[in-house]
Design a protein around this ligand. Structure first.
Ligand code: CDP
Ligand code: MG
Length: 675
């Protein structure tokens, strides 16, 4: 598998550091669990984070024969990081190479083989597999892990599994959850289509459909401290708390929850400043980041025990709340916020905003401190604020852009979206808005039926609908090779550029070398073309230009995968590596063709520059080019953009490209005429 030589091999297995699975709380429940799985189609497993659900259950199932005759046990995760780290861990425990008996599959990265028996994958990817294998017949058991997180895809997956179960009585479904929503899940599966109990033979909850098993792992008490007065800057406050703990408290590692990468990096900097300021030498303090975009090798550090005479402080996003287990945590610091995606159906804008956590989340975070001994949790908010928190986080399905998932459901043959069996139904406005967008992209017809081949192909392509439309429009603009590259580059998880704080200027100069006047998309194309002609075999070239070699290698792999999809649709890709500005097609510059083609998909993401340098969106919002964009501090008139996000008080747009107003009316008449 060409793509994976660069993925990290799991860290070397060190038997001395390995806590025998027989000591995990789940070990005592092994027989009961296997009995329930044997007897009931649906089993709900509830247990504290760290009790062994994710790593042990698939191994129990494998040992009990659920992977015989070529069948596979699937374990879904809402997050890519969880799928990869947990797969690496289970491969270590089973002493096999990752990708052999144990593998993982996430979008654009499949590390499995014909030998794979236990497969960790994202919930979204399993849904996607249903497009080619509607009954998910390769799997004997499907474990929907972290179901309490209520991710959009796992919610929809549960609805789909409920349908599949009727056609595949032998299929086993395990739902694992860290909090007590178990009865809701069981009622969902035991209920008929109209919400009536399917089975009333037995009195017990779940009838003959399912059972709940609870792993009452030992929890030590956690002492909770709130602030007397609210803090102005929780990052600074968190850093102060870390140092207070380090100086005053006995040994034990610290887990600090912040909301995102920037905050995490700022906290790490502040901590190292403080360490040198206070002259702390021994015991030393080692700060480690943990967030989704972090390179895999660095993610692995958080699981390794600290060196002797060193206290680890792991500074993490919400990932460490339940998705991953880090041992040895005695102190938790909770900033009280989490970054949540929220989609506003009126403005059509998706925001990623720091939002107060729910009570359930706060409890879960505090609980991370009581795994090995009595612990302490410092909440960086007042008790009053704590009492005012919402009970539970709003499920993602009620606050997301539903266009991608509705496109998927339609492609799965589920036509009546409003009547699909949801765990929690999405609000009507979200459904309507998604249908409108899919209609204006041409994926749905006047009767809201999936169009063929356009709509079906858009669903099959593993990029979001707007980019899928651009890709499928590219042949008629004669720029498929270039658009494939742009689609791959905008699908990257990691940044193309390396930022060195101490060499900001040099980075910026290097970056400007690739800049194309018309905007970020063409700049990305430029970088890619330079990489494949110059830097592909030359890591030094990348370093010299501050380009992330690994991200670029990933882009090459993503591009190949997208290309294979198109070839399967019978679309030929004529590769061209010429600089866009030197190519003229029918009297038009190639770069203009590319910008027109982008408008085919991103017409709803259009905005016009104002005299103060901000942009006004078509529905009247004020937007700002993100500092990472070429359009930051440059002149433009109309633009389209790939991504929009709200941070602080400003709404930023990223990956911005100049277009002409006339193209909007030309390519999206129905969308712009209603306005
Ligand atoms: O899924 P659940 O939260 O119930 O637990 P798990 O993820 O299966 O973790 C069980 C135990 O495995 C943890 O307490 C850790 O000791 C260990 N583990 C680890 O050391 N490294 C990992 N990457 C994952 C788990
Ligand atoms: Mg788990």
């Amino acid at each position: 598998m060409e793509d994976h030589q660069n993925s990290e091999a799991p860290p070397t297995f060190i038997p001395a550091l390995f806590k025998p699975p027989s000591l995990l709380p789940i070990a005592r429940h092994r027989a009961a669990l296997l009995y329930l799985v044997e007897t009931f189609p649906v089993v709900i497993v509830v247990g504290q984070t760290g009790s062994g659900k994710t790593t042990q259950i698939p191994q129990f199932l494998n040992d009990a024969g659920w992977c015989n005759d070529g069948k596979i046990v699937a374990v879904t995760q809402p997050r890519r990081v969880a799928a990869t780290t947990v797969a690496a861990r289970v491969a270590q425990e089973m002493r096999c190479e990752l990708g052999q008996e144990v593998g993982f599959s996430i979008r654009f990265e499949d590390v499995t083989s014909a030998k794979t028996k236990i497969k960790f994958l994202t919930d979204g990817l399993l849904l996607r597999e249903a497009l080619v294998d509607p009954l998910l017949s390769r799997y004997s058991v499907i474990m929907v892990d972290e179901a309490h997180e209520r991710s959009l895809s796992s919610d929809v997956l549960l609805g789909l599994l409920k349908k599949i179960r009727k056609r595949r009585p032998e299929l086993r479904i395990i739902i694992s959850s860290a909090t007590l929503q178990a009865e809701d899940f069981l009622n969902f599966f035991a209920g008929g289509e109209e919400g009536v109990r399917e089975s009333d033979g037995a009195d017990e909850l779940g009838g003959d459909v399912g059972r709940i098993i609870s792993l009452e792992g030992r929890m030590y008490p956690v002492d909770i401290h709130c602030l007397e007065e609210p803090t102005e800057d929780y990052v600074e406050r968190a850093v102060k708390t870390v140092l207070d703990i380090h100086i005053k408290e006995a040994e034990g590692d610290i887990l600090l929850f912040l909301t995102g990468r920037e905050e995490i990096e700022r906290a790490i900097d502040l901590i190292s400043d403080k360490i040198s300021e206070l002259g702390i030498k021994s015991p030393s303090l080692q700060a480690l980041p943990m967030y989704a975009g972090l390179p895999t090798d660095q993610q692995m550090y958080v699981f390794e025990p600290a060196a002797e005479d060193t206290r680890k402080v792991i500074i993490s996003t919400n990932i460490a709340e339940a998705s991953i287990t880090i041992d040895g945590i005695v102190f938790v610091i909770d900033c009280g916020f989490v970054k949540l995606r929220a989609y506003n159906p009126n403005s059509g804008i998706e925001t990623l905003t720091a939002t107060p956590v729910s009570k359930a989340s706060a409890t879960q975070r505090a609980g991370r401190a009581g795994r090995t001994k009595a612990g302490k949790c410092y909440r960086l908010y007042t008790e009053q604020a704590s009492n005012a928190l919402e009970e539970a986080t709003v499920p993602e399905i009620q606050r997301s852009n539903l266009a991608p998932i509705i496109l998927q459901l339609k492609a799965l043959g589920i036509d009546n979206i409003a009547r699909f069996d949801y765990l929690t139904p999405p609000p009507a406005e979200l459904i309507i808005r998604a249908l409108e967008l899919l209609f204006s992209l041409g994926a749905l017809d006047d009767y809201a039926k999936l169009t063929k081949p356009l709509g079906l192909r858009m669903a099959e392509l593993s990029v979001e609908p707007m980019m899928a439309k651009v890709l499928l429009s590219a042949p008629s603009f004669n720029c498929l090779s270039e658009i494939l590259t742009i689609a791959a580059m905008t699908s990257l998880q990691a940044s193309v550029w390396f930022y060195h704080d101490d060499r900001k200027k040099a980075t910026e100069t290097a970056r400007r070398k690739f800049a194309v006047e018309e905007g970020d998309h063409l700049t990305l194309l430029n970088v890619y073309q330079a990489f494949v002609t110059r830097g592909k075999k030359d890591a030094k070239w990348c370093r010299d230009h501050y380009i992330n070699y690994k991200a670029m290698t990933q882009a090459v792999s993503i591009r190949n995968q997208l290309r294979r999809y198109l070839e399967r649709f019978g679309i030929e890709v004529a590769e061209s590596l010429n600089a866009p500005e030197v190519m003229r097609v029918g009297g038009m510059d190639k770069e203009e063709m590319i910008r027109r083609c982008l408008t085919m998909g991103y017409f709803s993401h259009a905005a016009r520059m104002q005299s103060d340098g901000s942009f006004k969106s078509v529905n009247g919002l004020t937007l700002w080019a993100h500092p990472s964009s070429l359009m930051f501090n440059r002149k433009a008139d109309w633009v389209i953009f790939h991504e929009i996000m709200e941070t602080g008080k400003k709404i930023f747009i990223r990956d911005v490209t100049k277009i002409e107003k006339g193209w909007l009316l030309e390519y999206a008449p129905s969308f712009y005429h209603v306005k």
